[in-house]
Design a protein around this ligand. Structure first.
Ligand code: SF4
Length: 323
């Protein structure tokens, strides 16, 4: 771990114990770190383990789920095993999170102003008046021209894009060091998506925040991330810079994801799609977890799961093709 590292996740395992005695290994030995001011994208299809990774960082895993192993070192402290009270001091203050659907995080019965002021006062010693002034400043910063009036409005009175802006205002209200954005624009129209991502990027630079951006959209990764980790079957299968991922992708799964992206340069009759589905986390194959879908699978791929190996500086891949 370098001095510059803000978050260091080591060997994280988050398992779910199902009624039928099966164990779903949703996150199964994940390692990564994030530095201040860096945007790290976590990419993969639904069920790959991205969101469970972010919920594990926030210590929001409830029964039947459990963090079974590993460390989540943030600011020199291991978050795994902290009490709810200790985590409540970190959540919303040092680490904030925004979700795909802001209505799941906004309380419908309180005004936007009330929700920002409460968040600020939970973590900062400000009077109500001082917190209100800060809330208005924040709303203006995230693009509410009539911020004073927005303070009095309820979430249902705002459009989806404006609700996400309000969520961003709440998320940055206590100057977090790390912002986790879980599919922050998936529920929005394409034009609004770009505005929200631009806003996130602007706030990241302004406050030197680290951003863990969870997305299934490689177009978003290309535009906004510095580094990218591709997840499959609860594990990282490729970890590299964004530039290298697009110029020299190595893992067959990454190639499949890239082939399913539309391109202006090459004319194709139809976009490639990865055949088959992500295997359920309670029933991973014995060997490589991608083997049943991989066009390059070899006999040995079905015998054991490859390790994540450094193939060249700054480029790790989990695949026997690069042993
Ligand atoms: Fe495909 Fe084998 Fe590589 Fe897995 S290890 S991605 S099955 S080539």
């Amino acid at each position: 771990m370098t001095q510059q590292t803000l978050l260091n996740v080591e060997g994280l395992k988050t398992y779910f114990y199902l009624d039928n005695q099966k164990v779903a290994k949703a996150v199964d030995g994940v390692n990564f770190s994030i530095s201040p001011g860096e945007t790290l994208a976590l990419v993969g299809e639904s069920g790959s383990g991205k969101s469970i990774t972010s919920l594990s960082i926030m210590q929001l895993i409830n029964k039947p789920g459990k963090i079974e192993g590993g460390k989540i070192i943030f600011g020199g402290k291991d978050l795994v095993g902290l009490s709810d009270k200790q985590m409540a001091k970190i959540r919303g203050k040092d680490i904030a999170m925004i979700f795909q659907e802001p209505m799941t995080a906004l309380n419908p019965v309180f005004t936007i102003g009330n929700q920002i002021v409460e968040t600020i006062r939970r973590h900062k010693k400000l009077t109500k008046k001082e917190a209100e002034i800060k809330a208005i400043e924040l709303l203006k910063m995230v693009g509410f021209p009539r911020a004073e009036e927005t303070m009095k409005e309820y979430p249902h009175q705002l459009s989806g894009g404006m609700r996400q802006r309000a969520m961003i205002a709440i998320a940055i209200s206590c100057d977090p060091k790390l912002l986790i954005a879980d599919e922050p624009t998936t529920a929005l129209d394409v034009t609004i998506q770009a505005q929200i991502l631009d806003l996130l990027n602007e706030m990241k630079k302004k406050f030197n925040m680290a951003v863990l951006l969870i997305t299934h959209d490689l177009g978003v990764v290309a535009e906004y991330a510095d580094r990218v980790m591709v997840m499959y079957g609860g594990q990282i299968v490729e970890d590299t810079t964004v530039e290298r991922l697009f110029t020299n992708p190595k893992h067959p799964y990454t190639n499949g994801l890239l082939e399913s992206l539309p391109s202006l340069e090459k004319e194709v009759d139809r976009l490639g799609a990865i055949r088959g589905m992500v295997p359920p986390a309670y029933n991973f194959p014995k060997g490589c977890r991608f083997a049943d879908r991989c066009p390059k699978a070899m006999d040995k791929c079905r015998l054991s799961n490859p390790e994540l190996l450094l193939t060249e500086p700054g480029h790790d891949v989990r695949c026997y093709l690069y042993e």
